[in-house]
Ligand binder design. Structure first.
Ligand SMILES: Cc1cc2nc3c(=O)[nH]c(=O)nc-3n(C[C@H](O)[C@H](O)[C@H](O)COP(=O)(O)OP(=O)(O)OC[C@H]3O[C@@H](n4cnc5c(N)ncnc54)[C@H](O)[C@@H]3O)c2cc1C
Length: 435
C-alpha cells in the first residue's frame, strides 16, 4: 500500500516536501491541502507584486502539483473544515507547512489604534489575499512609518512610492494600485533600532531603492560607519560591506528633484503611537547600540503620520492539535519531527527566516524522516478525506480549478500585467463553477 501523506500548506515548504517525496523510489500519494483555492502561499501573497521574476519559482511547483501521485485540495482550512486528529487518522503522515501568517503586536502604548497595520495584513492587502478583501488602510497621509529594517519593510516602502508606470507590469490589483496612486504620501520613514550594518536588507533590494522613478532614498551620512565592525562571518561581512557601499551612494538631503522620499532612519525605536482612536503620529526614541543591542538614549522625536506598518516579524496561527513551542513561537518540533507520523517544515518549523530556497532542505529532511518511519502505508488517504469533506459539505477545489482561475486572471490582466487577481474566494469559485 502506498504511504499516504497530507501536506498542510501549499507554500514553498509544502511544495519542496512534496517534490522531495515524489523524487524518491518510494510508493507515495500526497495531498497538498490549502485554505485557499490558489496555491503557492507567500509566493502569491507575500513576495512583492513588482518582483515577478521571484514569483516564477511557482512554475516548478506547478510541475510538482501535476505529478500523478499528487492532489491539490484547496479551500480547506485545517482547524476549521477538518481537524489535525482527523487528518492523522486518515493519513500515514501529516506535514505542517502552514507558514507564520500572523502579525505580532508592536508592544507599545497605542499599538491597537486604527492605522497600525502589521506587515502581514498590509502586504496581504496589496497582494490581493482574500483574507483582506474587506480591508482598506487609510492612506490619506503625507507620511508613513514602517518599523523594521528587513526586506519586507523595503517592499512596503517601495510599493507605496513607486509610480503607476513602475507598477504597470506587476500583479498589483488595479483597484489597489489606483488607491495607492491617489494617496498624498510623500515620505516613508523606515525605522530601525540598530544601524545600517545590522540592517537585514539584501543588496539587490537596497540598490533598487536608488533607481526609483519618482522617489529618493534618504540617509544621514553620519550614521554610516567607515567599515563593518563587530563579529560577522566573512560572508556576512561582505554582504554588509556591500550594503554600506550602496547606502553611501544615497543622497543625504531632501534637495533631490524627486517628489517622494524613503528615509532610512536608523538608531530609532518606537515608544508610543499617538492619537485618539486613529493614529496621528508616532513617538520615537533615539538609540545607541551597545554590544550589538539597541538601548534608548532618552532623546525623543515625533513624526506626524496616519499609518504605521510594523514589519517586525511573524506569528504562527495555531489550531487545535498543533503543539506550539512558547520559546520559539514555532510548532514544537525536534528537527522537524512533532510526533510519530507528524512533521513540520518551512516557517512553521523554524520561524520566519531566510529566502524561498531556505525551505528546500526542510522538505528534503521531512521526506527522509517519513521514509525512515514508514516502509509502507495503511491508511485511507485522499478517498477518506474527500468522503469526509463531502459529509461536511465543504466545497473544496482541485488543481484543475486553480488552472481555471489562473487562466481567467491572466485573461483579465491589464496590458503588460501578468494577471488581475480575484480578491475574494467567492469570485474565484464562481469562475470554477462557470467552467
Ligand atoms: C512579505 C514577504 C515578502 C517576501 N519576499 C521574498 C522574496 O522576494 N524572495 C524570497 O526568497 N523570499 C521572500 N519571502 C520569504 C518566503 O516567502 C518564505 O520563505 C516562504 O514563503 C515560506 O514558505 P512556507 O511554505 O513556510 O510558508 P507560506 O509561504 O506562508 O505558505 C503557507 C501556506 O499554508 C497555508 N495555510 C496556512 N494555514 C493553513 C491552514 N490552517 N489550513 C490549510 N492551509 C493553511 C497558506 O494559505 C499558505 O498557502 C517573503 C516573505 C514575506 C512575508
Amino acid at each position: 500500500m502506498p504511504i499516504r501523506i497530507a501536506v498542510i500548506g501549499s507554500g514553498p515548504s509544502g511544495f519542496y516536501t512534496t517534490d522531495a517525496l515524489i523524487k524518491t523510489d518510494a510508493d507515495v500519494e500526497i495531498d497538498i491541502i490549502d485554505r485557499l483555492p490558489t496555491p503557492f502561499g507567500l509566493i502569491r501573497a507575500g513576495v512583492a507584486p513588482d518582483h515577478q521574476s521571484t514569483k516564477r519559482v511557482a512554475r516548478a511547483y506547478e510541475r510538482t502539483a501535476l505529478d500523478e501521485h499528487v492532489h491539490y485540495i484547496g479551500n480547506v482550512e485545517v482547524g476549521r473544515d477538518v481537524s489535525i486528529d482527523q487528518l492523522r487518522d486518515l493519513y500515514d503522515a501529516v506535514v505542517v507547512a502552514i507558514g507564520m501568517p500572523g502579525d505580532p503586536a508592536l508592544g507599545i502604548p497605542g499599538d491597537d489604534k486604527v492605522g497600525v497595520v502589521g506587515a502581514t495584513k498590509f502586504v496581504g492587502w496589496y497582494n490581493g489575499h482574500p483574507d483582506f478583501a474587506d480591508f482598506q488602510p487609510d492612506l490619506d497621509t503625507k507620511a508613513v512609518a514602517v518599523i523594521g529594517n528587513g526586506n519586507v519593510a523595503i517592499d512596503v516602502a517601495r510599493v507605496l512610492v513607486k509610480t503607476k508606470t513602475e507598477m504597470t507590469e506587476t500583479d498589483l490589483p488595479t483597484k489597489i494600485g489606483d488607491y495607492i496612486q491617489q494617496a498624498p504620501i510623500t515620505d516613508v520613514y523606515m525605522f530601525g533600532r540598530r544601524g545600517p550594518v545590522e540592517a537585514k536588507f539584501t543588496n539587490v533590494e537596497l540598490r533598487e531603492m536608488g533607481h526609483l522613478e519618482n522617489a529618493s532614498p534618504i540617509i544621514d551620512p553620519d550614521c554610516l560607519p567607515d567599515e563593518v565592525t563587530g563579529e560577522w562571518s566573512d560572508r556576512d561581512r561582505r554582504l554588509r560591506d556591500r550594503n554600506l557601499q550602496t547606502m553611501r551612494g544615497f543622497p543625504d538631503s531632501v534637495s533631490d528633484a524627486k517628489a517622494k522620499r524613503v528615509h532610512f532612519a536608523f538608531y530609532a525605536q518606537p515608544v508610543e503611537i499617538l492619537g485618539d482612536d486613529k493614529v496621528t503620529g508616532i513617538r520615537m526614541e533615539k538609540t545607541q547600540v551597545v554590544d550589538g543591542r539597541a538601548r534608548g538614549s532618552g532623546e525623543f522625536f515625533e513624526i506626524e503620520c496616519a499609518l504605521v506598518v510594523p514589519a517586525i516579524g511573524y506569528a504562527l496561527q495555531p489550531f487545535e492539535g498543533l503543539p506550539v513551542d512558547d520559546k520559539t513561537g514555532c510548532t514544537a518540533n525536534d528537527n522537524g519531527r512533532i510526533a510519530e507520523g507528524f512533521y513540520a517544515v518551512g516557517w512553521a518549523k523554524r520561524g520566519p527566516s531566510g529566502v524561498i530556497g531556505t525551505n528546500k532542505p526542510d522538505g528534503k529532511m521531512a521526506a527522509e524522516q517519513i521514509l525512515e518511519d514508514f516502509s509502507e502505508g495503511g491508511k485511507l488517504g485522499h478517498d477518506g478525506l474527500v468522503a469526509l469533506l463531502g459529509e461536511k459539505d465543504v466545497k473544496w477545489s482541485d488543481f484543475d480549478d486553480w488552472q481555471t482561475i489562473n487562466e481567467e486572471e491572466t485573461t483579465n490582466a491589464r496590458p503588460g500585467a501578468p494577471r488581475e487577481k480575484f480578491l475574494t474566494i467567492k469570485d474565484m469559485l464562481a469562475v470554477v463553477d462557470k467552467a
